[in-house]
Design a protein around this ligand. Structure first.
Ligand SMILES: Cc1cc2nc3c(=O)[nH]c(=O)nc-3n(C[C@H](O)[C@H](O)[C@H](O)COP(=O)(O)OP(=O)(O)OC[C@H]3O[C@@H](n4cnc5c(N)ncnc54)[C@H](O)[C@@H]3O)c2cc1C
Length: 456
């Protein structure tokens, strides 16, 4: 065998697997294969000047490379079993929490020290939310911020690079089961290992599906979350964000009894484009450094959709809706809430005259031509509900960017060790469909590394 362990994907899942293996057994021969670039080479070409929108690079620097999809994210590590994935269903609630705290400690020892850990415990907003039929979920959240998150990743890489062999710009094309191990096939050849950790994230969803088909690993369809990103003056949510940083609030609509939730809140942050397999959707982030902060807060409002037979391509459904916004707006569409309610499109003039400056250069348009009625009705209802705990949310000038889609990978069949039906082949992180967050993906990485160490 070339290696004791091969890790496919250098996102948080892969990084924390490699870290734990090296920390506990540095003599192991470990290789990491990553389709994207090394951290310092990751640079999105959009500069807002010469290149204003996505040019669909072969490897998207926002989604791929050392640090994975999280490298330029807000670096919010939510320590909770209430959202961010269902890792606890496989490894138990206590162990999942312990591992998330362990990951937090590692981040603190690699440049994250001094960042704040927010918590909903004892918050007066819980009561205020319930009184308005809104439900605040329990969590502690470590906000590293885009800047500190990048520093932590750099420090982790520096510690790993002499112990682990990294192959960047090297997508794994296929996996073959060989005697006593696995072979990963890349454009330049084949590499073998005893144990294989597959951690390919959301960007590797189609690849993962093909591997599961080839190896006959059972999968289950997952949900898709569809909605908009809301941007408003930071003052509107400051009483919540100053204390909690991020509040995950869930609301059940009166009209359809659908659940709508806030997601990925970025106080004084910026709205950004996201490219998933060539489809442009919207996301957001914010910096810890006050010099880089904006005057706006943004967060997503999402409605979950899970389909029943005969339809099971929930990601395909989300993609079609995102494609529609790309078709009408050439990318992301932005609309004032007041325009949406009056049934008129936003125009460049109306956006310019608004009392808020958008942080993303999106195309003014009409989201009601893009989002299905049921989803849009839910979002409008939720905006009015939030207006009760954060007055100003339903102002005319509140900006809605669409569409935001959270794609989830097919849930891959793994056991309580996160081991596939093939012994020694582990499938972790967002690529497994089990996790959807930095903290859960990282925790799953540590978990399988420990499992491998025990089995050696
Ligand atoms: C803009 C943005 C902001 C976010 N903000 C937050 C946040 O604040 N908090 C939070 O909890 N979550 C956030 N997320 C989600 C978070 O980034 C992911 O949940 C997390 O990165 C998942 O980690 P992972 O290791 O499973 O996968 P990923 O981070 O997606 O990493 C997978 C890696 O595998 C590589 N890969 C894929 N296929 C192959 C292949 N065939 N061969 C080799 N390599 C391959 C990819 O290039 C990628 O680098 C954000 C995501 C985005 C896009």
């Amino acid at each position: 065998m070339n290696y004791d362990v091969i890790i496919v994907g250098a996102g948080p899942g892969g990084i924390f697997s490699a870290y734990e293996l090296m920390e506990k057994k540095p003599e192991l021969k470990v290789a990491v294969f990553e389709a994207g670039h090394a951290l310092e080479k990751r640079k999105c070409p959009i500069d807002g000047d010469k290149i204003k929108s996505c040019i669909s690079c072969k490897s998207c620097s926002i989604m791929s490379g050392f640090g994975g999809a999280g490298a330029f994210s807000d670096g919010k590590y939510n320590i909770t079993n209430d959202f961010g994935g269902t890792l606890y269903e496989y490894i138990g609630k206590k162990q999942a929490m312990d591992l998330m705290h362990y990951v937090d400690e590692i981040n603190m020892n690699h440049g994250g020290e001094g960042t704040k850990l927010y918590t909903t415990a004892g918050s007066k907003f819980k009561k205020e939310c319930i009184q308005n039929d809104l439900h605040l979920l329990d969590a502690s959240v470590r906000h590293l911020g885009t800047d500190v998150n990048y520093i932590v990743l750099g420090n982790l890489y520096n510690e790993l690079k002499d112990k682990v062999e990294f192959f960047f710009d090297t997508p794994v094309e296929a996996i073959a089961v060989i005697e006593d191990g696995y072979a990963v096939k890349c454009a330049d050849g084949e590499y073998t290992c005893d144990k294989l950790i597959v951690s390919v994230g959301r960007v590797g969803s189609k690849w993962m599906e093909n591997i599961c088909n080839d190896l006959e690993i059972p999968t289950k369809s997952n949900r898709v979350d569809i909605g908009v990103r809301v941007e408003l003056p930071a003052e509107v949510f400051s009483h919540l964000t100053d204390e909690l940083y991020e509040s995950k609030i869930v609301y059940r609509t009166e009209k359809y009894e659908d659940k709508v939730r806030t997601f990925c809140m970025n106080p004084k942050g910026a709205v950004v484009n996201e490219n998933t397999n060539g489809i442009i959707t919207v996301n957001g982030h914010s910096y810890e450094d006050p010099a880089l902060q904006t005057e706006n807060t943004n967060f997503a409002l999402l409605v979950s959709k899970k389909f029943t037979a005969p339809f099971k391509d929930s990601n395909g459904y989300g993609e079609s809706i995102a494609r529609l916004s790309n078709m009408l707006g050439g990318g992301v569409i932005v609309q004032r809430f007041g325009d949406l309610i009056r049934g008129q499109r936003s125009t460049p003039k109306r956006i310019e005259e608004a009392f808020i400056t958008p942080t993303l250069n999106a195309t003014p348009g009409d989201l009601s031509l893009v989002l299905p009625k049921r989803i849009l009705d839910g979002i409008v209802e939720m905006i009015y509900a939030l207006d009760k705990v954060a007055p100003g949310t339903a102002n005319d000038d509140t900006l809605l960017y669409g569409v935001e889609v959270k794609f989830y990978n097919m849930e891959v069949e793994v056991d309580e060790n996160l081991e596939s039906p093939y012994k020694g082949m582990y499938i972790i992180g967002d690529g497994s469909g089990i996790t959807h967050s930095l903290s859960h993906a990282s925790a799953s990485g540590v978990y399988v590394a420990r499992n491998i160490l025990e089995s050696l």
